[in-house]
Design a protein around this ligand. Structure first.
Ligand SMILES: Cc1cc2nc3c(=O)[nH]c(=O)nc-3n(C[C@H](O)[C@H](O)[C@H](O)COP(=O)(O)O)c2cc1C
Ligand code: SF4
Ligand code: SF4
Length: 254
C-alpha cells in the first residue's frame, strides 16, 4: 500500500461528503492531491496512474448522484486505477446512487475495489441525522479504510452493489434557500454556487430555475444569512424528520 499515491475527490456542497472522503483517505495515507469539485473543479482532464488510489465521494440527490457533480467527476480519468466510491445520504435511502457512482468511475478507467453508502446530516432538513457522520460512523470508516488498503493490492473483482440500471429519473426538490436580512451582498455565495444560480451583482436573489438546493451557499455565507425558509419548508422538515427518524447505518461493499 505504501507505494500508492492517494487522491481524494468530492462534490460536497454542504460538507459531509468531504468529511467522509477525508476520513477514509486518512486511513489510506497522506493525500497527494485533493479535488474539491464544488470549490475548485479541475478545468481540464486529469489522468491518475495505475499506482494511484482514488477515494471519490458524492451526495445522494433523490436516489441519484447530482448531475453537476457527475459531470465534474468525469474530468478525472484512471488507467485501471483502483478507486473507492462513497455515496453519502441523509438517512432516507441511497437507491441507485452508489451504483451510478461506481459505473461512472469504471467508465472513466477506474477499478472500484470498494464502496460505501454513508449516512450524514441531511443538507435540506438538517434536523434529520443531525451531526452525522458521528463518532460511531467514523470508527466504521476507519475500519473500512483498512480493508480498502488490503483490497487495493488484491486481484480486482467487480463489486455487486444495490441499485438498478437504468437508474431512476433525476428529480429536484421544491425548496430554495433565500438570503435574509443579515445579507451584506458580499457575493461569497454567488462565487461558490455550482449551478450559477446566484447573480454576483444581485446575490440576494437566486435563480429559482437553476438552483439544485445543494446548500453550498448556506454553508459559506459569513453572515449566516442564507437558509431554507417559510411555513411549507418548516412543515416538510418536521414531517421528514419524523418519517426518517430511525437511525440507518453505513453499508460497506468489498
Ligand atoms: C436535492 C437533494 C436531494 C436529496 N435526496 C436525498 C435522498 O434521496 N436520500 C437521502 O437519504 N438524502 C438525500 N439528500 C440529503 C443528502 O444526500 C445528504 O445530506 C448528504 O449528506 C449531502 O452531502 P454534502 O453534505 O456533501 O452536500 C438530498 C439532498 C439534496 C440537497
Ligand atoms: S454570502 Fe451571505 S452575506 Fe454574502 S451575498 Fe451571499 S447571502 Fe449575502
Ligand atoms: S443557490 Fe441553490 S444551487 Fe446555488 S449554492 Fe445555493 S442551494 Fe446550491
Amino acid at each position: 500500500m505504501t507505494e500508492r499515491t492517494v487522491h481524494l475527490a468530492y462534490f460536497s456542497p454542504a460538507g459531509t461528503t468531504r468529511r467522509a472522503v477525508e476520513r477514509v483517505g486518512l486511513g489510506l495515507g497522506p493525500a497527494a492531491a485533493v479535488y474539491d469539485l464544488v470549490e475548485a473543479p479541475p478545468q481540464e482532464e486529469i489522468v491518475l496512474s495505475k499506482d494511484a488510489l482514488l477515494v471519490a465521494g458524492a451526495p445522494v440527490y433523490a436516489g441519484r448522484i447530482p448531475a453537476i457533480g457527475a459531470e465534474r467527476l468525469r474530468r478525472l480519468r484512471g488507467d485501471s486505477t483502483p478507486a473507492v466510491a462513497l455515496a453519502v445520504y441523509g438517512n432516507r435511502a441511497y437507491e441507485d446512487a452508489l451504483l451510478e457512482l461506481r459505473d461512472l468511475l469504471e467508465e472513466n478507467g477506474f477499478q472500484v475495489i470498494a464502496a460505501a453508502a454513508v449516512v450524514a446530516q441531511h443538507s435540506i432538513f438538517p434536523n434529520t441525522a443531525q451531526g452525522r457522520p458521528d463518532g460511531a460512523d467514523l470508527e466504521k470508516l476507519d475500519a473500512f479504510a483498512r480493508s480498502c488498503a488490503e483490497r487495493a493490492e488484491a486481484p480486482f473483482r467487480r463489486l455487486a452493489l444495490p441499485g438498478r440500471s437504468p437508474y431512476r429519473k433525476p428529480m429536484g426538490v421544491p425548496f430554495r434557500p433565500s438570503a435574509g436580512e443579515r445579507c451584506t451582498a458580499c457575493g461569497t455565495c454567488a462565487r461558490i454556487c455550482p449551478a450559477g444560480a446566484i447573480s454576483p451583482a444581485r446575490p440576494r436573489e437566486s435563480g429559482k430555475d437553476r438552483c439544485i438546493a445543494c446548500a453550498a451557499c448556506i454553508r459559506v455565507c459569513p453572515q449566516n444569512a442564507r437558509a431554507f425558509r417559510g411555513p411549507v419548508y418548516t412543515a416538510a422538515r418536521e414531517g421528514f424528520a419524523l418519517k426518517c427518524r430511525a437511525r440507518l447505518e453505513p453499508e460497506f461493499f468489498l
